[in-house]
Structure formats: structure tokens, C-alpha cells
Design a protein around this ligand. Structure first.
Ligand SMILES: Cc1cc2nc3c(=O)[nH]c(=O)nc-3n(C[C@H](O)[C@H](O)[C@H](O)COP(=O)(O)OP(=O)(O)OC[C@H]3O[C@@H](n4cnc5c(N)ncnc54)[C@H](O)[C@@H]3O)c2cc1C
Length: 411
């Protein structure tokens, strides 16, 4: 009998595993189960073009329905895998409808869920999160009628929503708990730039600020009360305070977890070598150094790690080695990041933040490790390429904008 592979989670990583298996001429059965009512789709536009009304639902699809038929990939939507039973050589997944799916090998691409707030009024109508298409539609259906938009959380998604709100002429406030925006991933220079750039566009950015409750008129939100008692009017509150990896099923399977994330090795193998995992649900060794444990919530990681997982399922050990990269579009500011800046001990500023065109280049022990670029695609590309080739750019020269970064690359 031909081999059966089950993929739990019909998102970016799950879809890529299925595609890569077929590309590698896997001729067994591929079944993908996803709990959302749609097949795999792109999430990045949800806080950008889709919210701005510049793209529609159909354009979000990662592949057309015909693709799955032509490639013999069975996609079961609207069903959640609740448990897995192991018999001697194979397993059976059980979904919430009671369906049983037998398999020989298993891939977990369960992604992440939004981190939820536990404050009074969080259930009022108009207080929203943004992870999936259903959330985006809920936001969109209230968007045109709303004037006052309050975003809780100054991370990528919150700032992208704030940028669309500002552009659409809404009175926009970002309430952020820590002392600088996107503080987990970017340098103070980049954080300060984004604060000032959003303020220039008319958005109010409140740092070091806590929410005490959401207030409403009946069932509908009307405002956000801050810890100091200030009340900010709100027709919509969008909460974007990070994500929690979906390790619930992995926990039931007894897999090793680190703070809810599924622990995988450089071959995307979990602690049970019959099971691979990829995407937002996992932590892995740093994809360039092979050291430590990192979580990367990005399309690049979901895709590249899924390719590694598909190889592993095919019995081919192909180590995950890739330059992490990410982007965030906030009005006219295109932020592009390559590498992982955590642990940096030096930064070099190249270009001029006041012109909204610059890069921050990160170093550790004198070696290049990462870049954030705003509207400087050539800098970003040069660093991404250098990191991929294991090369560096001397920090003492990197600020010199009369020389292209790509011409400074050294071994
Ligand atoms: C609004 C938004 C904007 C973003 N913007 C960017 C961006 O600009 N750039 C970028 O690189 N990344 C961006 N991302 C992140 C990117 O979309 C994710 O990193 C990527 O989708 C991760 O893919 P994944 O397959 O791991 O998880 P997901 O795409 O979340 O897919 C996981 C799927 O598994 C399902 N699932 C979970 N458990 C079960 C179960 N037991 N049974 C059945 N189904 C299950 C989930 O419902 C979900 O559909 C953004 C994300 C969001 C939400």
C-alpha cells in the first residue's frame, strides 16, 4: 500500500509541505486538515491590502482549488484534529466531527493563535483581534463606519492596521505597553523612527501605557480607559499584542515543547522522529548558526522550513539553512529585515531616517548579523546575500552611503 502523509494545519507551512512532497514526486496519499472554513491562504495582506480594500478574498488564496485536485491533495476544511491514536506502525487522527484519518507519517503545521487580553470589556462588539480571514472580515465590516480606531500593541500587525486607519482618515491611536515600538525585534533607532513617522501621519502613539478596561454603550465598544484614567474614544479596538504558538495537539502527543512551541531540530523533526513540524508553531536551532532555539513568525520561515520537513518525510536529510527575512508595509514605509538581530552588540546607521530612507545594520563580535531597512531595498538585498554566503560588511565603512553596501561585502 502506498504511504499516507497527514498534515495538520492548512496554512502557509502545511500547503508548502504538500507542494514540496509532490514536487519531490511523492506518489502516496496527502491529506491536509484545517479548522478554518477555507483552504490555505496568505495572512500578510489581511493587515495591509485586504484591510485597505486593495485586494479581495480570492486573491488571498495560496493556490486555486483546481491545484489541489490536479495534484491529488485532499484538503479537509472546517475540521479540527483533536487527537491522534498510534497503532503499531501507523496512526489515526480524530477530528471534531468524529472523522478518522489514518496515516503513516505526520506533519504538524498548527501555526499560532493571537495572544488574548484579559480585561473588562474585552468581549464588547468592536473589540477585535487579527489572525485569520474571519477576523479580517469582522474588522473590515466595521471599518468604513468607524472614525476612532484604537490599536492596542505597537508590533508589526498593530502598526500596519494603524497605518491603514491613518491613510483612511480615521482618528488613530496606538497604545503600547513598553517604552518603544516593535521593541522585541528592532533597535531603538528603528523604533524611534516608526514612532515619529506614524506621528507625522497624524497617529497618536502612547508608549509605556496600559489599558485598564474597554468601555461600551450597551454591547458596543465606545472607548478605551487607560491605567491613568484617560478615556480614548473608540469605534474599533484592534488588539495586536503578539501570538501564542499552537502546541496543544503536540502536547497531547507527548512531544517536547518550549513555552507552547513545538521543539524541532535542523531537519524539522520533533522529539518523536515520526513527526515533523514547521512554521509559527515551532522553535528551532538558529537557521544560520545552528545554535540555540529561535521562533520565527514569518512567511519565509513557514515556507523554507516546510521544504525541509517535506524532505525529511521523504527520508532525505536536508538541513534547514536559510537567511531569515521579513517585511512590514506601513503606509509608504516598507520595512525589510534580514537575519536575526537578537544579541547584537553594535549597530550602524546608514542613510537618513528624516528622509524615511535608511538602514540599521546589526553586528555581534564585529560580524554582520542582521539589517532593518526602510525604503532601502538595495541595502537589504546586499545584507541578505552576504549573510547567506557567510560574509560580512566591515562596520567602520557601512555608514558610507557613497559606496554601495554590496561593494563592501567581505569574507
Ligand atoms: C495579519 C497578519 C499579517 C502578517 N504579515 C506578515 C508579513 O508582512 N510578513 C511575514 O513574513 N509574515 C507575516 N505574517 C505572519 C505569517 O502569516 C505567518 O508566519 C504564517 O502564516 C505562518 O504559517 P503557518 O502555516 O505556520 O501558520 P498558519 O498560517 O497560522 O496556519 C496554521 C493553520 O493551522 C490551523 N490549525 C491549528 N491547529 C489545528 C488543528 N488541531 N486541526 C486543524 N487545523 C488546525 C489553524 O487554524 C491555521 O489555519 C502575518 C500574519 C498575520 C496574522
Amino acid at each position: 500500500m502506498s504511504e499516507r502523509i497527514l498534515i495538520v494545519g492548512a496554512g502557509q507551512a502545511g500547503m508548502q509541505i504538500a507542494v514540496s512532497l509532490r514536487d519531490a514526486e511523492f506518489d502516496g496519499t496527502i491529506t491536509m486538515v484545517g479548522e478554518e472554513p477555507h483552504g490555505p491562504y496568505q495572512r500578510p495582506p489581511l493587515s495591509k491590502a485586504f484591510l485597505a480594500g486593495e485586494s479581495d478574498e480570492e486573491s488571498l488564496e495560496l493556490r486555486s482549488p483546481a491545484f489541489y485536485v490536479e495534484n491529488n491533495i485532499v484538503v479537509i476544511t472546517d475540521e479540527q484534529v483533536l487527537d491522534v491514536r498510534w497503532d503499531a506502525a501507523h496512526g489515526t487522527a480524530i477530528t471534531n466531527t468524529g472523522r478518522e484519518v489514518a496515516f503513516d507519517k505526520l506533519a504538524l503545521t498548527t501555526g499560532a493563535d493571537v495572544r488574548r487580553m484579559d480585561v473588562e470589556g474585552v468581549d464588547l462588539d468592536g473589540v477585535l483581534y487579527l489572525r485569520g480571514l474571519a477576523d479580517a472580515k469582522a474588522l473590515k465590516s466595521r471599518w468604513d463606519a468607524a472614525q476612532d480606531v484604537v490599536v492596542i500593541g505597537g508590533g508589526f500587525i498593530g502598526l500596519e492596521v494603524a497605518a491603514v486607519a491613518g491613510k483612511n482618515g480615521k482618528t488613530t491611536t496606538v497604545v503600547h505597553r513598553s517604552e518603544r515600538l516593535m521593541s522585541r525585534v528592532v533597535s531603538p533607532t528603528t523604533s524611534t523612527f516608526f514612532k515619529e513617522a506614524h506621528e507625522r501621519r497624524g497617529t497618536t502613539v502612547l508608549l509605556n501605557t496600559q489599558v485598564s478596561r474597554f468601555v461600551g454603550d450597551g454591547a458596543k465598544v465606545t472607548g478605551v480607559e487607560l491605567a491613568d484614567g484617560t478615556l480614548i474614544p473608540a469605534d474599533i479596538v484592534m488588539i495586536g499584542i503578539g501570538v501564542v504558538p499552537r502546541g496543544d495537539l503536540a502536547a497531547k502527543l507527548g512531544l517536547e515543547l518550549a513555552n507552547d512551541s513545538i521543539v524541532v531540530d535542523e531537519f524539522a523533526r520533533t522529539s518523536d522522529t515520526r513527526i515533523v513540524a514547521a512554521g509559527d508553531a515551532v522553535v528551532m536551532p538558529h537557521p544560520l548558526t545552528g545554535k540555540g532555539q529561535v521562533a520565527l513568525e514569518s512567511v519565509q520561515n513557514a515556507v523554507d522550513q516546510a521544504k525541509v520537513a517535506a524532505n525529511t518525510l521523504m527520508g532525505v536529510e536536508n538541513e534547514y539553512h536559510a537567511v531569515p527575512w521579513f517585511w512590514s508595509d506601513q503606509d509608504t514605509m516598507k520595512l525589510q529585515m534580514a537575519g536575526i538581530s537578537a544579541g547584537y552588540d553594535e549597530t550602524v546607521l546608514r542613510g537618513n531616517p528624516d528622509e524615511e530612507k535608511f538602514s540599521v545594520i546589526y553586528y555581534r563580535d564585529g560580524r554582520l548579523i542582521a539589517i532593518d531597512s526602510v525604503n532601502e531595498v538595495l541595502d537589504y538585498m546586499a545584507v541578505r546575500k552576504a549573510l547567506g554566503a557567510g560574509q560580512t560588511i566591515p562596520s567602520e565603512n557601512a555608514s558610507d552611503t557613497s559606496v554601495k553596501l554590496k561593494d563592501m561585502v567581505q569574507d
